[in-house]
Design a protein around this ligand. Sequence first.
Ligand code: HEM
Length: 506
Amino acid sequence: MALISLASPIFALTVVSLVYFIWLAFYRLCFSPLARFPGPKLAAATRWYEFYFDWWLGGKFVFEVERLHNEFGPIVRINPDELSINDPDFYNEIYVTEYRRRTEHYDVFAKGIDFDGSFLLTKDHDLHRKRRRPFEPFFSKKGISSFQLILAEIALKLESRLCALEGTGQIIRLDHAFSCYSGDIMSRICLGKDDSRPNFLSDPDFSPGWYNVVHKMVVQTPLFTAFPWLIRIVSTVPQNLLLWAFPQGQVFNTFTQEARQHIRKILSEVSDKRTKASVFHTILTSDMPESEKTEDRLTKEAQSMLAAGTVTTARTIVVATYYILSQPNLRSRLAAELSQTMSCWPRHSPTWSELEKLPLLQAIIKETLRISYGVMHRLPRISPHEPIFYKNYFIPAGIPVGMSAYLMHSNPDIYPSPHSFVPDRWIGDIDPAMNRSWVPFCRGSRNCIGMNLAMAEMSLILAVLFRPNSPKLELFETDESDVTLVHDFLIPLPRLDTKGVRATVG
Ligand code: HEM
């Protein structure tokens, strides 16, 4: 008798849930504003379709989206709420500046990565502009020229670390070393010089913990994106319990706590009138409303800056380095090109505008960014008030529409042999469509704020490491599969069992 009375609420709940989910799927298939768009019915009915590819198969939905475009055409409904477009001519219609149209962030997307409050994840167009604007002057072309000395100091430090290993046979994880380089630059620029804060490049093993914290976080993104409430639980559970019950969540907490400590320190320095030259010191003393300067919000902003500014830049440098080291002819051509500009290094460090004029160096960087995509994932944008017209499709206002740099950069009509690394395709007279389709930093009002800094960092370190008389780096048991990006976790990764890009200094 007791069993029956217990069973009936459970039974009733199961029936109600089942009816709800059947009704929801039916609504999505027949009555949703996206019902008439092409695409698989299963993807239109449930988000589990995407989750299967991204979580179960490990960041593979981008390749399924590619397959769907091949089957259904340039516009596809890829989940119950979102459209994907694969048409290079339409990119500038989706990723627009504020003068053209307002753009909102799709708040379901990347919700679980715990950066809420940063301008990266600010949904509303106006609030995004307000939050982003104070940071823009630091990262403009003019702004980054004031970071020249910091970049040179940190590049020299990395070079000295490598020189000290010459002839020792010690195997260096270049992906770790470059994460230290970009991580130290971001910390110095964002948080200021602080001798009490350990810098990543000083660690004898090139701070594997720093690399791992960010990369472990990246691999968890499909889970946290699908179930954003998980991050709330993770942040309230005591550390020890979390480590035991859910070790994947620990990595997010570590990162948050470190960013919070930095912001706390800056807040106390600013209140003691001990200001330093850094992005966050300046933001805190600016006329930004006090409600925007809270510890919580700035912690999220710091997390987003440190992560966004480190991983992508380091990965691009490591991919470029792999291709240069694996192609002796390319390496010697690059050394020849750099010989004059780098002849006075380290007494004189070239400016970014000097390095920008070197065609092969810039072609290598552009080709690396093409083949490593920047952010491989589609980046959905919402036009909150105006509909968008694509061919004979009317896309109502409020619908998230995304395009993927992976699809843009792999188009064989624009880039013949798209999966091969061919820097020379960027030299001489080039088809303007190549530049139009090159979108590693995205475009429009929510494009990458750090693109100038990234280009300057990458140009300098490659110039330092590949000029004549540079440290004689040689690859160690590394092949192309260690850099070919085959998983898309927002940030693309190579095969997960890679031992990294390894080298010795001869
Ligand atoms: C090769 C290096 C880099 C690549 C390929 C890259 C790529 C991108 C892309 C594609 C976006 C758009 C993301 C989205 O729509 O959700 C973005 C946004 C962003 N990036 Fe970068 N990035 C790089 C380096 C940097 C650096 C050095 C910084 C440091 C300041 C940075 C900070 C940001 C921030 C804060 C955003 C959010 C912009 C906004 O929402 O307004 N990135 N980046």
